[in-house]
Design a protein around this ligand. Structure first.
Ligand code: AMP
Ligand code: ZN
Length: 113
């Protein structure tokens, strides 16, 4: 399948990996928007948040367990951080493989543009 995040998972495209298990893969964003900016993705190709369902939602709960584990390991848990999912064109999604951005290491503005 022609998906850059599937290629990152299988090693065809290099990445700065932070964590991996049988369900999820986490790596640093190539174009960081904060001092700490990484992505957590399911190893199963799910196109966007619109495609989360009863069958694959176990990936999502696991992703959130890993997010707080990695936030703690990268020392952004106490100061705080933001988890972002961009869905579809209006949401600003550019890669059609579900991913959660984790941003921290500075105070983030709200609301987003
Ligand atoms: P989104 O706009 O929510 O779809 O986010 C896609 C994110 O993937 C962007 O923040 C990109 O910087 C990031 N990205 C794209 N290609 C790569 C790559 N090869 N390695 C790491 N991050 C990437
Ligand atoms: Zn994919």
């Amino acid at each position: 399948m022609d998906c850059i995040f599937c290629k990152i998972i299988n090693g065809e495209i290099p990445s700065k990996k932070i964590y991996e298990d049988d369900m999820v893969y986490a790596f640093y964003d190539i174009n960081p928007e904060a001092p700490v900016h990484f992505l957590v993705i399911p190893k199963k190709h799910i196109k966007s948040a619109n495609y989360i369902n009863n069958e694959n939602s176990k990936y999502i709960s696991h992703i959130f367990e890993i997010i707080n584990k990695l936030a703690s390991e990268l020392n952004i848990d106490k100061a705080g951080y933001r988890v972002v999912n961009n869905c579809g064109v209006d949401g600003g999604q550019t890669v059609e493989h579900l991913h959660f951005h984790v941003l921290g290491g500075r105070e983030l503005k709200w609301p987003p543009g």
